[in-house]
Write a protein that binds this ligand. Structure first.
Ligand SMILES: [Zn+2]
Length: 601
């Protein structure tokens, strides 16, 4: 990644009267003069194009990109038209390279002969943002130290997955590695480097053009909320406040009433109010007793789960883990519990008995009265994947995989399993079931939301709405037939901005529009995945079968194929989708998110 230093403009001329800028914002300014144009040329040469591209790439967080055509002061006014055309061409090309740029072109006279006929690029970036990014990297969160030590080049025999995990490179530095061919640890392809001192993943400030298709290693980019505003006129928000028609009724009749994609939330799930309490029951087996600390043994996973779900709620919900200091001793040997069955064929009855045994060993010690979720973890001395399946038992009717404690029955049970190497994404996904969210079906096609795909983990605005962690005021419920225009802010941003448009098609179906950017947990996104994500929610779709409750709606340039995650579907500026009698068009895109026009017909 190129290291970029802002050049302050004092050395140059004509810094007066540029495009209006908000007085409150301090900008860092970078300027660049394009190579000379041919005598009367108004189009761009290859050299000029590459200069513009370099400037755009060096200023990924630019808020304003100004192109000024320069006329020598004594030249006739007709030269104005020519230099203005040159400036326009330069800004149009910049916008083509980065559609989220706010561009502005103009012409100015100069008394400096060497600038006559040239085009000056002036790029303004919010000074605070540019300061934060002065090293050329986005602001990411440090990755916790893992309880296991995985090292590049060593065998990883017995691994349950080949997704990136944090381990160590041959040189001893931390790095993302994966279990290559389920055989040997190697440096994960296309993964971010990790700063050995701060343990922060080094995510380039510049958003790449292509997304990384992988399981996200849960890199978190701190969202940089922009106060940029679109130029397009917006419809008054109070016309979309009647939220009731947008609360789609849960209509899945396939036998999964315990997890939903609609309203109301299923009974007995952990409600995301101010606090969700998770009681860990750490156990060890007669043949593998442990003297270790159960909290430390799963600290990376519990932190990741708490951070993720709390952030999805904008900090409104705190996830509290209660972890005893020692392992409870189960009376039998590990193999006698018969838990080695691998998903989708674990032996259910064995897991029922395992939960029962864990509760029996701990019930006299633990007060379960205010507990929302029980997690059964096992000591790391147990041979890897002795517990062969990670289970989220969200109180499926009739299931005995529930914690019958002396205080109450806890219907939300997580069982740590298939967790070597640690599968943090899986922990976060399974936790979502405890909260009542369903899956994406057998052959879904939505490549966003940790409940649907482990790559682009930020929850959809729809699932946030279902959980009650998105305020009603953040949803525009569109029911009238007038053409309307809405601003949707990136869904990963904190705060109370509008983040979704819901257009009900029936009591159980709706079109949903939201804005996706490479920020928050969507660290793997490239430009191809940024934009307005449009999808249909059908609450009669089963999380277990078919293509599930979510269907990506894509523009004509691509075809949605069931079973394939359509990570390049989000609409770019000017693109539109027609579906069920509605046309959704992106009218403007920028640092603020996406401006969406909704039109009947
Ligand atoms: Zn699931």
């Amino acid at each position: 990644m190129r290291k970029y230093l802002a050049i302050v403009s004092s050395a140059l001329l004509l810094v007066v009267g540029f495009a209006p800028a908000s007085a409150a914002t301090k900008y860092s300014v970078n300027q660049k003069t394009l190579a000379t144009f041919g005598s009367s040329a108004t189009g761009l040469t290859g050299m000029q194009k590459s200069q513009i591209q370099a400037t755009v790439e060096a200023n990924p967080n630019a808020e304003k990109f100004i192109c000024t055509g320069i006329r020598y002061y004594s030249q006739p006014m007709s030269v104005n038209i020519m230099v203005r055309k040159r400036a326009k061409a330069a800004c149009e090309y910049a916008k083509q390279l980065n559609p989220s740029l706010s561009t502005w072109y103009q012409n100015k006279p100069t008394q400096a002969r060497s600038y006559a006929g040239k085009v000056l690029l002036t790029v303004k970036t919010d000074a605070e943002v540019s300061g934060l990014l002065s090293e050329g990297y986005a602001d990411t969160e440090a990755i916790p130290v893992m309880p296991f030590r995985f090292t590049e080049g060593e065998p990883c025999t017995g691994a349950t997955h080949g997704s990136p995990v944090v381990g160590f490179l041959k040189n001893g530095n931390p790095g993302f590695i994966n279990c290559h061919q389920l055989s040997v640890w190697r440096k994960a392809e296309g993964a971010f480097a990790i700063d050995p001192v701060t343990r922060k993943p080094l995510v380039p400030a510049l958003v790449p053009s292509k997304s990384v298709f992988s399981t996200s290693p849960m890199v978190y980019i701190t969202p940089q909320v922009s106060d940029a505003r679109p130029q397009t006129a917006l419809s008054p928000g109070d016309g979309f406040n009647n939220i009731a028609p947008c609360r789609l009724v849960e209509a899945d009749t396939s036998g999964r009433p315990h997890m939903v994609s609609g309203f109301p939330m299923a009974a007995n799930r952990a409600i995301m109010d101010s606090e969700v309490i998770v009681q860990v029951i750490p156990v060890d087996f007669a043949d593998y007793r442990s003297g270790k600390s159960p909290g430390a043994d799963i600290a990376d996973a519990t932190k990741a789960v708490a951070d993720f779900w709390s952030r999805m709620s904008d900090g409104k919900t705190k996830i509290t883990w209660r972890v005893p200091n020692t392992y409870y001793n189960l009376p039998k040997k590990a193999a006698e519990y018969n838990l080695s069955g691998v998903f989708p064929n674990p032996v259910g009855d064995s897991y029922d008995s395992y939960v029962e045994a864990a509760v029996a060993a701990s019930d006299s010690d633990i007060n379960f009265s205010d507990v929302d979720i029980v997690l059964i973890s096992h000591a790391p001395e147990t041979p890897k994947n002795t517990v062969g399946t990670f289970i989220a038992q969200a109180g499926m009717p009739g299931s005995e995989m529930i914690a019958k404690t002396s205080e109450k029955i806890v219907y939300n049970t997580l069982i740590q399993g298939a967790d070597w190497p640690r599968n943090t994404q899986n922990w976060i996904h399974e936790f979502g079931h405890m909260l009542g969210l369903t899956d994406g079906g057998f052959s879904g096609n939505m490549g966003f939301d940790v409940m649907l795909h482990y790559g682009n983990a930020e929850l959809t605005v729809w699932n946030r709405f279902v959980l009650g962690i998105e305020s009603d005021s953040q949803i525009h419920c569109k029911t009238d037939a007038d053409t309307s225009t809405h601003l949707v802010s990136p869904v990963a941003w904190p705060g109370q901005r509008t983040e979704g448009i819901v257009i009900p098609l029936s009591s159980s179906k709706a079109i949903v529009v939201e804005s996706r950017r490479r920020t928050g947990y969507d660290a793997l996104l490239g430009k191809e995945s940024e934009g307005a994500l449009v999808y249909e929610v059908d609450t009669s779709g089963s999380g277990n079968f078919g293509d599930g409750p979510f269907t990506t709606l894509a523009p004509d340039r691509m075809t949605v194929i069931n079973g394939i995650w359509s990570i390049d579907a989000p609409l770019k500026n000017g693109e539109s989708i027609s579906h069920s009698g509605w046309t959704i068009t992106v009218k403007e895109t920028g640092a603020f998110g996406d401006v969406i026009e909704v039109k009947k017909g």
